[in-house]
Structure formats: structure tokens, C-alpha cells
Design a protein. Structure first.
Length: 244
């Protein structure tokens, strides 16, 4: 029986070693620092999901009647904290997770089928960052969102179709509508190599993290229009909920 006892002890040691190893290597939730199940812990994931907007399609048509805005959530609480942690605390994995949530909601939306039927060769374009900000942050949160969304919806992601050439300051630092417009004036361009490829008009969806005044989106829409690209819709993580 000694051999059986020896093996049993060995197995218990192995199991204990596995538990210790798992606990040492298990990533912590970037929002609360408790052990994470996937990217976030279950509680923080639940809290972020609780800020999902009741209506994915924004019925007030904030951009234009012909350009629908889809907002996954309400820019507040844990969702707002998660977006900030991703951008300013170097957690791009949060954007991947939210990109998955947006993709799942899009696939359940009747608009997804409508887009597929009405617009062939539809491309998804993330709002770009200027090279200086990209170098500082290390990633473009809108591109991470868009790429994960496209992975799960089988739509092509085309970040090369739009470039940010003006190092604008954050829109939250502007105080008036006029200042926001000046800040973003001529901020984008379609690279010349892409212009030469646009022999026919092309339909695109713009992707960004937050929609507030819409100044960034409108400037991007105007820039793409000069190269025969038509924005058919805009998808964002969240927009603020304004009290009436």
C-alpha cells in the first residue's frame, strides 16, 4: 500500500501546485483588481452591462435622418470608468470585450440584415488618432473596437481609408460649438493611395468610442464624401444621456 500512498501524495502536491500557479497567473480585473473571469470580474462585467442603452438605434437622429446612430450604452457609471481605464490606464483588452458586446447586439438587430441587403461591400472605418496621440497611447481604441466587431460580424475593417492629419485637442477641452468646429476643421484626410482606388462610390460605417456633440463624426463624414465614400451609419460604445 506504500506505493498507493506515495502516488496519492504526489497527486495532491500536483493539484496544490496547479492551484497556486493558477492563482499567481490569474489576471486581475482592471477596474476593481479582484480576480477576473475573462477580461473583467463578473461583478464589473455585470455593472458595465447594466449601462447598456434600452435602444441600440438612437431614434432622435442626432447626426441626420439618413445616417442612423447606434449606441450600445449610456456614457455613465462603470461603463464610463471602463472606457477611461482602457484609454488612459493602458487596458486595450476592455475595448475588445466591449467590441464583442456591440457585435452581439448588432447581430440581433434587424438593421444588421437591412444593411447587408441594401449595401454591398460595406466597410467599417474606425475614427483614427493622430500619430502623436497614437504613439503616446500605444493603440487606437476605436480601431480595436472596430476590428473585434468585424471579426465577429464578418464585415471588412478598413482603417486605411481615413487618416487624422491634425493633432486636435480633446473635445472635452473645448468650450463652445464654434471652438469644437475649429478644433476639428480639416482634421481628417483620405490618403491619396486610397483616393485613386475609389473609382466608384463606397458605403461605409464609422466606428468610435463616444458620441457627444457629433463634431468629430460630422467632420469625418464630410472628408469621406470628398472621396465618394458615403457613411450609411455610425456605431459607438456610448453617448451621454441628457435629461429633458
Amino acid at each position: 500500500m506504500n506505493w498507493f500512498t506515495s502516488i496519492s501524495k504526489g497527486l495532491r502536491i500536483d493539484r496544490l501546485a496547479n492551484v497556486v500557479t493558477d492563482s499567481l497567473w490569474q489576471a486581475n480585473c482592471p477596474l476593481c483588481k479582484r480576480p477576473a473571469d475573462h477580461v473583467l470580474c463578473k461583478d464589473c462585467d455585470r455593472q458595465i452591462t447594466s449601462y447598456q442603452s434600452p435602444d441600440f438605434f438612437q431614434k432622435d437622429h442626432p447626426i441626420a435622418p439618413e445616417i442612423p446612430l447606434y449606441s450600445w450604452g449610456i456614457y455613465d457609471g462603470t461603463l464610463k470608468r471602463g472606457i477611461a481605464a482602457s484609454k488612459y490606464e493602458n487596458h486595450p483588452e476592455i475595448m475588445k470585450l466591449i467590441g464583442e458586446k456591440i457585435a452581439e447586439r448588432w447581430k440581433r438587430s434587424p438593421d444588421a440584415r437591412k444593411f447587408a441587403q441594401n449595401f454591398k461591400n460595406l466597410a467599417v472605418i474606425p475614427i483614427p488618432l493622430h500619430d502623436n496621440k497614437l504613439k503616446s497611447r500605444g493603440f487606437n481604441q476605436a480601431e480595436i473596437l472596430a476590428r473585434r466587431f468585424c471579426d465577429l460580424t464578418a464585415m471588412p475593417c478598413a482603417p486605411q481609408l481615413l487618416q487624422r492629419v491634425k493633432d486636435t485637442k480633446a473635445q472635452m477641452q473645448t468650450k463652445t460649438i464654434q471652438e469644437r468646429e475649429r478644433n476639428l476643421s480639416k482634421a481628417f484626410t483620405v490618403p491619396s493611395a486610397q483616393v485613386s482606388k475609389q473609382t466608384n462610390s463606397r458605403s461605409v460605417i464609422l466606428f468610435d468610442d463616444i458620441y457627444t456633440t457629433g463634431a468629430t463624426i460630422r467632420e469625418a463624414i464630410a472628408t469621406l464624401a470628398t472621396s465618394k465614400m458615403t457613411v450609411r451609419g455610425v456605431i459607438v460604445i456610448a453617448r451621454p444621456q441628457f435629461k429633458s
